[in-house]
Design a protein around this ligand. Structure first.
Ligand code: PLP
Length: 235
């Protein structure tokens, strides 16, 4: 995408974030923008970087590792896609936050690799609040239990929750799902679980991040709204 478009898009996303924050009386700094760069070339990431972005989201291990090698080391890489246990070892020392922990077995693998490398890896538990069959994530009812189990593991720290809301025409339709994730988050905070430091709610994408912000998002993950449509090539 042209240099000009990425800057324009970033400016308007940031303005929208500010507007949504002022609508609900939140400080604009309380929402962190993740530029979702999956499928996009490093040239596009370099443009966004030049305009101040330091948080980037990827959903594939190999792509994240390749981009990590090529880009400056002050970038915070966010793993936002489904993670297979056999690939954990490639990214534990490269990611700032794993948003997509959806099973205790995956958390155990992250813990094992983190201990081996003497790290503490920060994670979010992914919750499938809408109960969509096509999506990963634990059910709303299981979320607390999963957080409790993961909290017992060494080398891993639960920092909050993440959800991917349904694809809808009208973002308002997702408001109840964002509100529900927030409620689960508050319930978990009240349990005061050792080694759990609930402070992040990762919710909202290009189509619905303003609604997510008014329901309490601390991370919004915006791809298309910054980099334009994705083209999935078959080669
Ligand atoms: C691709 C992706 C996004 C960004 O989606 P857009 O609609 O392009 O903003 C956000 N979160 C996750 C988990 C994704 O896979």
């Amino acid at each position: 995408m042209s240099l000009y478009m990425i800057k324009e898009n970033l400016d308007s996303v940031k303005q929208n974030i500010e507007k949504a924050c002022s609508l609900c009386g939140r400080a604009a700094e309380s929402v962190k923008l993740i530029a979702v760069s999956k499928t996009k070339p490093v040239e596009d990431i370099e443009q966004a970087y030049a305009y101040g972005c330091r948080d980037f989201g990827e959903n594939k291990v190999q792509e994240l590792v390749e981009k990590y090698e090529k880009m400056p080391k002050d970038i915070r890489w966010h793993m936002i896609g489904h993670l297979q246990r056999n690939k954990v070892k490639y990214i534990v020392d490269k990611v700032y936050l794993i948003h997509s922990v959806d099973s205790v077995r995956l958390a155990e693998e992250i813990s094992k690799e983190a201990v081996k490398k003497n790290l503490t890896v920060s994670v979010l538990v992914e919750v499938n609040v809408a109960g969509e069959e096509s999506k990963f994530g634990t059910s709303s009812d299981e979320a607390l239990h999963m957080v409790e189990e993961i909290a017992k593991l060494p080398g891993i720290r639960v920092k909050g929750l993440m959800t991917i809301a349904p694809f809808v025409e009208n973002a308002e339709e997702n408001r109840l799902y964002f509100a529900k994730l927030k409620q689960i988050y508050v319930d978990i905070i009240q349990k005061n679980i050792d080694n759990v430091c609930m402070e992040e709610l990762s919710m909202g994408m290009t189509g619905d991040y303003e609604v997510a912000i008014t329901e309490g998002a601390t991370y919004v993950r915006v791809g298309t709204g910054i980099f334009g449509e994705r083209h999935y090539s078959t080669v």
